[in-house]
Design a binder for this molecule. Structure first.
Ligand code: ATP
Ligand code: MG
Length: 203
């Protein structure tokens, strides 16, 4: 498993750079992330990451062959599974121990709520945070339009194609504006043209 760094500089960071200031706020920091699964009765070490950090505005891509532990790593950072023997995850310096709205997770298998409509899925994170209805509706409308899903707002996930489900999942995670976005193969089910549009929108 390896990671590729790509810096997506915010205007603030760019201006600070022009002024010669050092900009290196650490948004996400993980240390001693380990996972061991049992296979055929034998322990199998899947993951052993000593230190991983992402600065504000940075986009990091984790790459590696199927089964090497990419999803496991993201699930640990998202707080959905525990690292062996402790380990620590910090978001802007704050230690986190479970899932939270500071980290938006887009799962490889989409994980949409089947009982909620497209609009209901996108609204979910905002509803849990008690955002006023009018603001929720405006935000949901904005992201459904961005994902080209406005016409499908009243449909249920079972009525959608794989690529459409993936776009709903992307709209849902973007809508609640987390500090850190964790995306597990976010464009895997999209056609080449939509993938390119989504990549541009995201960056
Ligand atoms: N709950 C589990 N119990 C036992 N083994 C597991 C479990 N989850 C994952 N594994 C194993 O851990 C390894 C890493 O799985 P993971 O899903 O993290 O891989 P990945 O790099 O995301 O693969 P892909 O590119 O196919 O999505 C695999 O060998 C898998 O079989
Ligand atoms: Mg995976």
């Amino acid at each position: 498993m390896r990671s590729g760094r790509r810096e997506v500089r915010s205007v603030r960071a760019w201006l600070a750079g022009c002024r010669g200031e050092e900009v290196s706020v650490v948004a996400l920091e993980a240390s001693s992330v380990r996972k061991v699964y049992t296979k055929n009765g034998q322990p199998l070490a899947i993951l052993d990451v000593e230190r991983f950090s992402v600065r504000e505005g940075e986009l990091i891509t984790v790459i590696g062959p199927s089964g090497c532990g990419k999803s496991t790593f993201l699930h640990i950072i998202g707080g959905f599974i525990k690292s062996e023997g402790g380990g620590s995850i910090r978001v802007y310096g704050e230690e986190v121990s479970g899932p939270g709205p500071d980290r938006g997770m887009m799962f490889q298998e989409f994980a949409l709520f089947p009982w909620r409509t497209v609009a209901g899925n996108v609204a979910w994170g905002l509803e849990t945070q008690g955002v006023p209805r009018a603001q929720i509706d405006a935000t949901v409308g904005k992201y459904l339009q961005m994902m080209n899903l406005s016409e499908f707002r009243s449909h249920y996930p079972a009525e959608l194609s794989g690529g459409m489900k993936q776009r709903v999942a992307l709209a849902r995670v973007l809508a609640f504006d987390p500090k850190v976005l964790l995306m597990d193969e976010p464009f895997g089910s999209l056609d080449a043209q939509t993938r390119e549009t989504m990549q541009e929108e995201l960056i």
